[in-house]
Design a protein around this ligand. Structure first.
Ligand code: PEP
Ligand code: MN
Length: 260
C-alpha cells in the first residue's frame, strides 16, 4: 500500500527519505537544515514542535512559536512536513501546517490519540514504542485504520534491550516482519535507534537492504549546539555523503531514491 504525504509517496517502488532537526529551534536553524537536506535528496521534512523529553527541565520545543517558521520553510523548499503530536488538541492546532502527524514512541499506546487521528485524513507516522512487541505496534496501527484513516506508516525506531553501548537497539527483524505481515509502508529511524551520529550511515544502508520503504533521519547545521538529540544529529555534510552512498545501495536492489 502507498501512503501519500503531501505530493510524495511512501511505500511505492521508490525509497523516501524524511530529514530535519529533532526540534525546530529557530528560523535560521530550520531553514538552513531544510534547504540543505532537500538539496541532498530528502523529499519530506521533519522537525519537532512539542518535544517529549525525559526531563521536564529539558527543552520542550518552541510550540506555537514554530508555526511561522514552518510556513516560511515550507514556502522556501516546497517540501511537506511531518511533526509529532503529543496531545489530541494539537491535531487541529497544526492541521494547517503539517502534511503528516508523527506519533512518538512514548505515545504508541495512547489509544485516544490514535483514535482521534483515525478520524482525520492526514497520514500518521506511527513510531514503535521502545518496549512494544511488534504485534502491539501493528495492533496500535489498527486504532487509526479502524477510524477510517488508511494512511498509516509504521516506523521502527529502536527498542530497549540489555545493551547500553547504544541508545536503543535497531530491530531490523521488525521491519522485515511488518513488511511481510501488514500492507503498510515501513520506514526506519536510525537516529533514535542507535543515538550515535557516526554509526547512523551504516544503519541507513542496512535498512535499505532490509527492504524498508524509507528513512527518517535527524540532521542539524551544528549538532554540538542542538537543543535536543545533538549526539545523534548528522551534520549537513555527513547527511549529503550518506545520501550519495544510499543511492548506490538502493541501486543494488533495483530501487531509486524518490526526489521532490
Ligand atoms: C523524535 O522523532 O524526535 C522522537 C522523539 O522520536 P521517538 O518518539 O521515536 O523517541
Ligand atoms: Mn529526536
Amino acid at each position: 500500500m502507498v501512503v501519500q504525504v503531501g505530493n510524495i509517496q511512501i511505500g511505492g517502488p521508490q525509497f523516501t527519505v524524511i530529514a530535519g532537526p529533532c526540534s525546530i529551534e529557530s528560523e535560521n536553524q530550520f531553514m538552513t537544515t531544510a534547504l540543505s537536506v532537500k538539496n541532498s535528496g530528502a523529499s519530506i521534512l521533519r522537525g519537532g514542535i512539542w518535544k517529549m523529553r525525559t526531563s521536564a527541565k529539558a527543552f520542550q520545543g518552541l510550540g506555537a512559536e514554530a508555526f511561522d517558521i514552518i510556513k516560511k520553510v515550507k514556502a522556501a523548499t516546497g517540501l511537506g512536513l511531518v511533526s509529532e503530536v503529543t496531545d489530541v488538541r494539537q491535531i487541529e492546532e497544526i492541521a494547517h501546517i503539517v502534511d503528516g502527524y508523527q506519533i512518538g514512541a512514548r505515545n504508541m499506546h495512547n489509544y485516544s490519540l490514535l483514535k482521534e487521528l483515525g478520524r482525520q485524513p492526514k497520514p500518521v507516522l506511527l513510531k514503535r514504542g521502545f518496549s512494544a512487541f511488534i504485534d502491539e505496534w501493528i495492533k496500535a496501527a489498527d486504532y487509526v485504520l479502524a477510524g477510517g484513516n488508511e494512511n498509516v506508516i509504521l516506523c521502527e525506531r529502536g527498542i530497549r534491550t540489555f545493551e547500553t553501548a547504544t541508545r536503543n537497539t535497531l530491530d531490523l527483524n521488525a521491519v522485515v516482519y511488518a513488511k511481510k505481515h501488514t500492507q503498510l509502508p515501513v520506514i526506519v529511524d536510525p537516529s533514535h535507534a542507535v543515538g550515535i551520529a557516526e554509526l547512523i550511515p551504516q544503519l541507513c544502508y542496512a535498512s535499505a537492504a532490509a527492504g524498508a520503504d524509507g528513512l527518517i533521519i535527524e540532521a542539524h547545521p551544528n549538532p554540538a549546539q542542538a537543543l535536543s538529540d545533538g549526539p545523534q544529529a548528522l551534520t549537513l555534510e555527513t547527511f549529503d555523503k550518506t545520501m550519495k552512498q544510499l543511492e548506490r545501495v538502493l541501486a543494488a536492489f533495483d530501487r531509486r531514491l524518490q526526489k521532490a
